[in-house]
Design a protein. Sequence first.
Lengths: 95, 430
Amino acid sequence: MTYNELIDQLSEELNLTRAETKDLVDKTVQELTEQLGQGISFTIPDLGTFKTKVKEVQKVYNPHYDKFMLIPPKRVVEFAPGKNLKDNLKFINPE
Amino acid sequence: MNEKTSFSDLVDKLAGRVEKSQGFTQEFMHELVSIIESGLKENGSVSISGFGKFEVRWMDERKGTNPQTGEEITIPAQNKVVFKPYKALREYVNRPYARMEPHLLDDSTEEADSQTEKVQPPVPPIRSEDEPDEDFADEEIEKPKREPVSKKKSEPESVSGEPESSEDLPDSDEIDYEAAPFPFFTEEEEDILDDEDQDELIVERKSPVDYEPVTEIAGEPNGGKSAEEEELVINFQETAAPKYKKEDKSHFSWSYIAAAMVVFLIIMALYYLMSRPAEVTEPVAEPPMVEAEPPPAIEEPLPNDIEETEFIAIIVEAGQSLWNLAIDYLGDPYLWPWIYHLNSEAIDNPNQIYEGSDLTIPVPADSEHLSDSDRREVASGYVDVYQWYRDHSDEEARFYLWAAGVFDISIYDEIEGQVEADDLNFARNR
């Protein structure tokens, strides 16, 4: 489902114009992004939990230069689907 | 760092932001979630622009161990829901670490580095108070400053393997970079080290995940002089762009100026690259990397240009298409002809790109409000696609011509006479 399809469906369900719906979704995305940017995790019922995790420094071998290199730490987003979502989709075969 | 906010708090904040009632906001969130779920059921993926993509992935049966008992169990085949964050989210979340770059280890320093590698504090992001805070959070100017401090505290906990080394960790401000082998260099430190590491390429891997955009640009470090060096300079200019982009997000005041300069350099570099594309890069099979020698600090005052489109180079991975690349990098799948236009030498059939080929990808600051010149680029891309389909006598071709006009109507006047008059009439009157 593309972003546009999502907006279409959502605006239908909520009885709003496309522009209004889009604005809502974009602001939601901003809010969630900000929370994650502050390292705050949150759970959206029926969807799942978003959190951030700091990945430690890694030392990996780089065959191109025949040397080891250090990959700096980075903070990444992690998503764990909620139980309902997981169970509902477990054996579905989307095509 | 592991703070959690409850859903109701989240709804409160969101309600404030969208200026609606909490009841409405809550209903909206539930509706959003149920549409995401039904989208996953029907299509197997749901994309939310600027945020990420939810996907259903089929996992085959596999072996695992029960973490409690250590006993081996069989995990049956089933679907898994994964979330792939898009670039904007990834970069925003990674801001505290954005300035750190991978570092190639010398054999001699390997030992020393391996001891210290776990305990490097992130470089604290600095931003000046009066700077505009583009997309997010005007009110959170103070917050990022706190982050690195608390992160430092949390790091030793997570490094359970080497607790002793973390005890010696000096405050980030007090590290003596010259004395201690410090694996990650900021701009200034790299300048110092540059003299010693003349021949060594410091590489940067931009991607947190493997499907990610990455760039490989490498010259033989000790290769021939003039031509090769020129290319290194060019490559460096091109790849410096994403780096500066990241720093913009960390809000370094000087970076706005530098970014403007770099954008200019990129345009020059691209022009140069287009004129001799065959010699530019050397495709490599391994995880690609970016040469990231530090650019010279640029101090000249220039007009602020940060909203300009950046260009990055990537290597095509298996399974990618122009459409997907446009979703991932440009934020809008319908901008894909832009990539086609920029890479007309590398791509013939717009439906087919090959694993391992080098592409230049534009990364617009805001895919929904492209500048006029960017819209012109997209339109030219659609004209290119039109030409290709026309050359392959596909009746659908004229629709691409029409699409070109959607992005920049003035392009019709320009191409009049170069394209089939019928098609142009069709596009104009549609």
